[in-house]
Write a protein that binds this ligand. Structure first.
Ligand code: SF4
Ligand code: SF4
Length: 402
């Protein structure tokens, strides 16, 4: 791994306090992963001095970023681990990693006939074959594909503006595009009421799945294409909104920290979580919300790891509380799935074990529904608890006056 001077300085800032080790969800449940300090910081320092090969156990890092959130010295341990993964010798074709890294292609293929795709990939014999051939755990929860895509849903929607609208850009991400277009539709409808026209260019995947699957060449391809789109569409003063915390983190931090693409820094202040943007319009939004929304009772809120890593707080939760919903933050840590991590045969058990804290916290109270911004967290929560899930934007859109 070619480590930059900046990254080496960050390593040298490590206080050896081990706070990251105590907080790492993988180390907590699996002794094969010695932890962010031993595996990341210490190992990388030795590797820089001796040229020693990375420890293959680094593959067990889920890139949840919890270590970075708690580190008092700002060491980007999770990020350095993803860079290290790329230096490990590859076994075979890595078909599973190719599939997970290109989930927009998978989304397009599944949308030829999504209902049939969902049915076939849920059949136990098919899951057994997938486990044996590709290494996708037969018992892992698979995200279902929606009957329609966000792009198709938008074709049937004509917002009505009472005055010339302002414009925002929106990066929906693959999950909203192919699995849950309702989230994107909710944002478009809320913004129309606030007199914003939403522009959704043909962005590529953000590349977070390819980072975690050690396919940084794919990440660079996506990042370069997305940069060309940003330069074309993002006008001065315009915001670029995200409804998925992992996509936002990738644009704001990962392109710079993992790929060294400093060009993204100039757009950083325009990149906002959708909830963060709506909080800035809180007063105007309050006039659009119906009091009947307060009848939605007993919600639990799960904060996605990548939202915490963005350091934005929980703007979606703040809005829902502000508008009177009975919603309790769970504070139970990582859900365990971490994107495609928990779908892999050798990691599915780890993901289940990590998710037990969340499962217990939800079971401890009589919650009716769990709210979270991350699509894959919602897949894991449904799998662990059988409860319905929603994105804060969906609840806000439901509360809009006609
Ligand atoms: S939390 Fe930060 S400073 Fe402490 S051991 Fe981990 S990397 Fe080093
Ligand atoms: S990113 Fe998550 S799994 Fe990886 S070392 Fe940090 S805390 Fe552990």
């Amino acid at each position: 791994m070619n480590i930059t001077k900046q990254q080496m300085d960050a390593l040298n800032n490590c206080l050896k306090c081990s706070i990251c080790v105590d907080s790492c969800p993988v180390t907590r449940v699996d002794p094969r992963f010695p932890g962010p300090k031993q595996l990341g910081v210490d190992r990388l320092r030795i590797a820089q001095e001796t040229g020693e090969q990375p420890n293959p156990a680094v593959n067990y890092c889920s890139n949840c970023k919890t270590c970075e959130t708690v580190c008092p010295s700002g060491v980007l341990v999770g990020t350095l681990n993803q860079l290290t993964k790329g230096d490990l010798p590859r076994k075979g074709l890595g078909l599973r990693e190719i599939i997970f890294s290109n989930n927009s292609i998978l989304g397009k293929l599944m949308h030829i006939w999504p209902q049939a795709g969902n049915l076939i990939t849920a059949l136990p014999p098919v899951r057994k074959i997938m486990e044996k051939t590709v290494g996708i755990a037969a018992q892992a929860p698979m995200p279902a594909y929606s009957k329609t895509t966000l792009r198709k849903s938008l074709k049937g929607y004509q917002p009505v503006f009472t005055q010339t609208p302002k414009e925002v850009l929106y990066f929906p991400g693959c999950f909203t595009q192919y699995n849950k277009p309702e989230v994107g539709m909710a944002l478009v409808k809320i913004l129309a009421k606030l007199n914003y026209k939403v522009i959704i260019p043909e962005f590529k995947c953000c590349g977070q799945p390819s980072i975690s699957n050690a396919r940084l060449k794919d990440t660079r391809r996506f990042a370069e294409a997305n940069l060309r789109i940003l330069k074309q569409y993002l006008k001065p003063g315009m915001a670029l909104l995200f409804s998925c915390p992992s996509c936002l983190l990738t644009f704001k931090e990962e392109y710079k920290n993992i790929l060294g693409m400093e060009e993204y820094t100039e757009f950083s202040s325009a990149m906002l979580d959708a909830g963060e943007f709506l909080l800035k319009h809180e007063k105007q939004l309050a006039g659009l919300i119906s009091a009947s929304g307060k009848n939605i009772l007993k919600l639990a809120y799960h904060e996605p790891c990548h939202l915490r890593a963005s350091g934005l707080g929980t703007p979606g939760l703040s809005l829902l509380k502000q508008f009177g919903l009975d919603i309790t933050p769970l504070e139970a840590g990582c859900c365990g799935l971490s994107g495609s991590y928990g779908l892999k045969t050798e990691k599915h058990g780890i993901a289940e074990e990590i998710g037990m804290n969340l499962k217990k916290a939800i079971a401890a109270s009589n919650y009716r529904e769990v709210v979270t911004e991350c699509g894959m967290c919602s897949v894991q929560i449904k799998h662990l608890t059988k409860l319905p899930t929603s994105h804060p934007l969906e609840l806000l859109a439901m509360m809009l006056k006609e």
